[in-house]
Design a binder for this molecule. Structure first.
Ligand code: SF4
Length: 365
């Protein structure tokens, strides 16, 4: 095993992981200039580093964790961890020729990730169909983003983010389109444009499994480095309850797409989110993670977070998972990943490479 994240697990005190788990759920009392307040997926966080690792954590006035003079404290006690907010990037101050703020095109995540949702609408957004943890169209309704980002404008913003702020990789996700490609073709056009503007900048795309798996090869040829095909749960009953529209894509389609993606992109350049707290049996979740690792797919384990504007919160009143559950699953999946010699930091681009939304990096995976 080489240095870096692999060494952290053995060295880190057990309490560091427990603290990071607790912070992921209860947040910290501080302000951070780089925040994600909505959009696709399950997050609503401020971006900081904790003990040198990227972390996207809730900013909550009621958190028992207070950041004072850059140190994490609990009930006045210094917990031995530095917490540093990610600084506001300079590219946020720029606008396109037609006056669109760059910030509406793409956002900084962590210290060095440029993240964008290339199509901010989803064919599954009808309340009877949509994923209950998702708020992809809420930021569009609030005027915080554009419905569609063109390849040209993404290339312009990416070039500026690299030049001014040292961005090192890009995450492009998309709402699902009505076409059989489920949005992958527009992603490919966007990747090609960004790579032409900034040769060598790694890009991860995130989409549903395309109807024609040859599309994965098209994405790779466009210059995509890594891909996330996000299932969120491997339990069909959970999928039907939380993701009524998306659950109609059979799990078999995901396994076929993951296998083909690993063939095209390589082992550990493919990932999927697994959300903790949707009601999936933890043993089955960990067994599913083992199957994914065996195939070469990184299971990016992330806590479900209640996010205002989602059906999960506004209708269901769903809450976050318990600390015990999140820590148990994170530890066990981290063990599986280490045994399979897979680290998120070995992905060229994307969420596993960033790691901020998961506690896996704190667990050395
Ligand atoms: S893990 Fe993904 S969604 Fe979370 S901050 Fe990093 S790039 Fe953004």
């Amino acid at each position: 095993m080489s240095c870096g994240a692999g060494a952290r697990t053995e060295d880190a005190p057990a309490s560091a992981l427990s603290t990071r788990v607790d912070i992921a759920l209860r947040g910290v009392r501080m302000t951070a200039p780089v925040r994600r307040t909505g959009g696709a997926g399950p997050s609503d966080d401020g971006h900081v580093t904790i003990g040198g690792l990227d972390a996207a954590v809730p900013m909550r006035a009621d958190s028992p964790y207070l950041v004072r003079e850059g140190r994490l404290t609990l009930d006045g006690a210094d917990l031995g961890l530095d917490v540093t907010p990610v600084r506001r990037p300079a590219f946020y101050d720029l606008t396109t020729a037609d006056g669109t703020p760059y910030e509406k095109v793409a956002r900084l995540h962590g210290r060095d990730v440029l993240a964008t949702t290339v199509v901010q609408t989803c064919v599954r957004y009808d309340p009877a169909e949509r994923c209950r943890f998702c708020a992809i169209e809420e930021s569009l309704t609030a005027g915080a983003t554009l419905a569609v980002k063109t390849p040209a404008v993404l290339a312009e913003v990416a070039a500026a983010a690299v030049r001014l702020d040292g961005v090192r990789h890009v995450v492009m996700t998309t709402g699902t389109s009505a076409g059989t490609d489920r949005g992958a073709r527009h992603l490919a056009r966007c990747v090609r444009a960004v790579r032409a503007a900034v040769p060598g900048l790694p890009v991860q795309v995130q989409c549903e499994p395309p109807g024609d798996l040859a599309t994965l090869g098209d994405l790779h040829r466009a210059g995509t480095s890594s891909i996330g095909l996000h299932v969120e749960s491997l339990d069909d009953a959970v999928r039907r309850r939380w993701m009524p529209g998306k659950s109609r894509v059979p799990l078999a389609d995901y396994w076929a797409a993951w296998a083909e993606a690993v063939r095209v992109f390589g082992r550990n350049q493919v990932s999927t989110y697994l959300l903790v707290g949707l009601g999936e049996d933890p043993d089955e979740l960990v067994a599913g993670a083992q199957r994914l690792v065996d195939l070469g797919v990184y299971p990016f384990v992330v806590p479900f977070r209640p996010l205002a504007g989602t059906l999960a919160v506004d209708v269901d009143g769903a809450g976050a998972p318990s600390r015990e559950l999140l820590e148990d699953v994170t530890r066990r999946v981290a063990d599986v990943l280490r045994a399979g010699r897979m680290r998120g930091s070995d992905q060229m681009a994307g969420c596993a490479a960033c790691g901020a939304c998961s506690v896996l990096s704190q667990a050395g995976a």
